[in-house]
Design a protein around this ligand. Structure first.
Ligand code: F0G
Length: 458
């Protein structure tokens, strides 16, 4: 009998040593870090699930590409390969490289946003939200109602709320320069968006004459879920599903650090030549010449190769199964999760995990502290530390609907045994969840405070 374990469609050519620390060492690191795992050195972490961004293992093909990269300042051969790959997959003729996703966001939103402008999205990621807000505009999240209920199963929980989108496009006519859609929907649990929802969003945007852009960091995982779950896509190749998806939009930006399987890189791609020209002029100011945009030629080469590897169906099957494997072990141990399991990460429902800690005391952060303290595992909070907002006039704090802890799985990096270790450790913490303590801030930055916050236990 074959066991129901996801099998890696690769073998390992190079390894990197990791070391488990003692509990005393971890206590000392936590103290030094002000209980913020962002400030803990990676060498002291056994299994690092902070992010799936820039943490992928590159393939032999990609490492080979690093050697053949063309480092010319202008007109690099590697840029043309990069541009050709993006045009082939997205169909968008205008391709602008950036050194990561948030620079693409910065270029775009500093151009189209100002006070009075609204940017709707199924759910903005934190850097997207911050780049819209930093330009005085309103970053509006329009998830479907199911997204707010961790327990509710829905095959496409990442969908855009179409009625709400139609309403806001009507009510705020003239002040919406673009509608964005994040695939997969990272902040809502790495949940996919269906092709049907993509098509409908596109139609609504066309009707209102508003351009439609994807934030497509994890578009390949999204296309895999469409292939697996949506009627009519079983026999369609994932790359063709991607091409169909992009055909409904006017542009996209991507953090290539996710589904392009590289350690650095990003891009903008679009139809609008005039907008692209404006963005390129800004790019020269802050990133570099338009054929490298803040990247080395070798990085462009690795992205060109990685974009296709990220669409490989054997890889995508294993990838999503490994994430689900971790989720299923945790569920078997009773740990409350966002369901169904997302594409790049397992999301723990921290409000259900530690109901004795109020949102004002950061239950998700308390859980990240416990996971590091007990097992050397690093996870990230996506909850009240990341998203609570204080009304500048009244001082009243508005908390996000969910407090989640994300276990993001780097691509092609950890084995299933690592997943079993993580599941065992978290189930043990869950059994002793009453011991978790709430936290209070001792330092917070005015924006994106989760990166540098310092805390103490209440
Ligand atoms: N959009 C999405 C959906 C993202 O998840 C991220 C990054 C970005 C944009 C920004 O891209 O990091 O290349 O500048 N997400 C990482 C994460 C950091 O951990 O989820 P970037």
């Amino acid at each position: 009998m074959f066991m129901n374990i996801p099998v890696e469609p690769f073998r390992i050519k190079t390894v990197e040593r990791i070391r488990q620390t003692t509990r005393e060492e971890r206590e000392a690191y936590l103290k030094e870090a002000g209980l913020n795992v962002f400030a803990v050195p990676s060498e002291s972490i056994f299994v690092d699930l902070l992010t799936d961004s820039g943490t992928s293992a590159m393939s032999d093909q990609q490492w080979g590409g690093l050697l053949t990269g063309d480092e010319a300042y202008a007109g690099s051969r590697s840029f043309y390969r990069f541009e050709a790959a993006i045009r082939d997959i997205t169909g968008f003729p205008q391709v602008i490289p950036t050194h990561q996703g948030r620079v693409a966001e910065n270029l775009l939103f500093s151009t189209i946003c100002r006070p009075g402008i609204t940017i709707p999205n199924n759910t903005h990621f934190d850097t997207t939200h911050a780049n819209v807000a930093a330009n005085g505009a309103d970053a509006l999240n329009l998830p479907v109602p199911e997204a707010l209920h961790p327990e509710t199963e829905h095959p496409f929980k990442g969908n855009m709320n179409l009625e709400a989108l139609e309403k806001v496009l009507t009510e705020r006519k003239g002040s919406i320069p673009l509608v964005a859609m994040t695939v997969t929907n990272n902040s809502a649990g790495g949940q996919p968006v269906s092709m049907e929802n993509i098509k409908a969003t596109s139609q609504i945007c066309r009707k209102h004459g508003v351009p439609f852009f994807f934030d497509c960091a994890r578009y390949a995982e999204n296309c895999w879920f469409i292939h697996e779950r949506e009627a009519g896509y079983k026999n369609k190749k994932v790359i063709d599903i991607a091409r169909e998806m992009f055909s409904y939009a006017d542009g996209c930006w991507m953090s290539a650090k996710k589904d392009a399987l590289v350690n650095i890189g990003g891009f903008l791609a679009m139809k609008d030549e005039k907008l692209a020209q404006t963005l390129r002029n800004k790019l020269i100011l802050i990133e570099g010449f338009p054929t490298y945009g803040g990247l080395a030629g070798r990085d462009l080469e690795a992205i060109a190769i990685g974009l296709y590897e990220g669409l490989d169906e054997d890889y995508l099957k294993y990838r999503t199964e490994q994430v689900r494997y971790l989720g299923e072990m945790l569920m078997a141990g009773g740990v409350p999760l966002v369901k169904p399991i997302g594409g790049h990460a397992v999301f723990i429902d921290a409000l259900a995990f530690c109901p004795h800690i109020p949102q004002s005391e950061f239950p998700g952060v308390a859980l990240t502290v416990a996971l590091y303290r007990e097992a050397g595992i690093r996870a990230v909070e996506i909850g009240s530390m990341m998203f609570a907002e204080k009304d500048p006039k009244t001082g009243k704090v508005e908390y996000p609907p969910l407090d989640l802890v994300r276990l993001a799985i780097p691509r092609r990096v950890y084995t299933n045994t690592h997943m079993a270790y993580v599941a065992d450790a978290i189930v043990a913490v869950y059994k002793n969840r009453d011991k978790l303590r709430g936290l209070r801030l001792t330092y917070e930055a005015p924006m994106l405070r989760h990166f540098t916050a310092r805390l103490e236990e209440v």
